[in-house]
Design a protein around this ligand. Structure first.
Ligand SMILES: *Cc1c(COP(=O)(O)O)cnc(C)c1O
Length: 355
């Protein structure tokens, strides 16, 4: 008998980021600022001293401390991960048991459902309203009426670019019995975080990443922030040396530079604002763009019945954005990238609108 993959592996679709070489990459919500261009000497010095023959600090203590200090929280609430992706995997795989139901919202980050299905959880998906916003009361009712063991969503949301206020998140956490996992990958671009109150609720986990505002996607570093009981468990179940020593050393240097992080974040927000203004002006002129969402992130989401066509025509012009169903998600780029994007985008949208 030949070896056969099990059923869940046979039916898998690979995560499908856009590959290939494109001149302008506005498809993955990365920072357009390479932090290594700015403080490469400091990072280089920090990394050059890395001990390579020994295993790294299993709890990534120093980098977790630097992260905690940056956000003004207690280090004993912080668990470091190999990107927040790893933490999503560890949490769905260990805080829930096979057959438990996890609630996801739609549209949202696809990895929540991916890992949940790998761990053989039941996934209940609540579609968002027509305006793509989250109705907190509906989420509360769904959790309490359907034996939901955990609810997970991104706030602000990738791909909608919209956010749920801190007051609404607190209302949710207070009024359900299940675990609430808030993925704040984009919260550095907004100001409604609940990271500072994890110790007040025993059912709350906040996820953060260094991949977006901090411009360190290549280093793979994320954090889970939660009260003591959850943190204790999380540190036990994660794999012991999940954050490598080079990443730890480089990220400490960056996280200790709050003025630079703040400056980069402000620059990214400015870029998104001007991108959003440019896209809105185009949307007013042509029928093919039916809605531009009010972004609180580093990307702009638009609705268009021609999203797929526009996305592939942009690709032909060597500009990568993310097309999902009837939506396009465009990451804020450098001034020059935004300018070229807007020019090509208008040209395509104009033609599509006349067709
Ligand atoms: C980009 C992103 C992340 C970051 O993942 P990392 O593994 O830390 O790079 C997490 N959640 C959402 C919703 C994202 O868009």
């Amino acid at each position: 008998m030949p070896y056969e993959l099990n059923k869940k592996l046979r039916s898998l679709d690979a995560y499908d980021p856009i590959d290939g070489k494109y001149k302008i990459r506005l498809d993955a919500n990365e920072s357009f600022i390479n932090i290594n261009d700015i403080m490469g000497d400091v990072i280089g010095k920090a990394v050059s001293g890395t001990v390579l023959n020994r295993y790294p600090d299993p709890l990534a203590t120093d980098v977790s401390d630097a992260f905690a200090k940056l956000y003004g929280i207690m280090p004993n609430y912080v668990t470091a991960g190999n990107g927040s992706d790893e933490l999503i995997s560890v949490i769905t795989g260990t805080f829930l048991e096979k057959g438990d139901t996890i609630l996801t919202l739609s549209p949202d980050f696809s990895m929540y459902a991916f890992y949940s299905s790998m761990y053989e959880l039941k996934i209940r998906t609540m579609p968002k309203d027509e305006d793509l916003r989250i109705d907190v009361q509906k989420v509360i009712d769904c959790c309490n009426n359907n034996d939901i063991k955990a609810v997970i969503f991104s706030n602000p949301c990738n791909p909608t670019s919209l956010g749920l206020t801190r007051a609404d998140v607190i209302r949710l956490v207070k009024n359900v019995f299940c675990l609430v996992i808030i993925d704040e990958a984009y919260m550095d671009f907004w100001d409604e975080s609940v990271i500072d109150i994890v110790d007040e609720y025993d059912n709350l986990i906040v996820l953060k990443t260094c991949s977006k505002a901090m411009g360190m996607a290549a280093l793979r570093l994320g954090f889970a922030v939660a009260g003591e009981t959850i943190t204790k468990a999380l540190r036990i179940v994660k794999s012991p040396y999940n954050v490598n020593a080079v990443t730890q050393a480089a990220a400490i240097a960056v996280l200790n530079n709050k003025p630079l992080i703040d400056e980069c974040t402000a620059e990214i927000i400015n870029s998104r604002k001007s991108l959003q203004a440019g896209i809105s002006a185009i949307a007013k002129k042509y029928t093919a763009i039916t809605k531009v969402y009010d972004s609180v992130t580093n990307f702009v989401t638009v609705k268009s019945p021609d999203a797929q066509l526009i996305g592939s025509e942009l690709l032909e012009r060597s500009i990568a954005v993310r097309a999902m169903g009837n939506y396009l998600r465009i990451t804020a780029g450098t001034e020059e990238e935004n300018r070229i994007f807007l020019q090509e985008f208008e040209d395509i949208v104009k033609r599509v609108s006349q067709a």
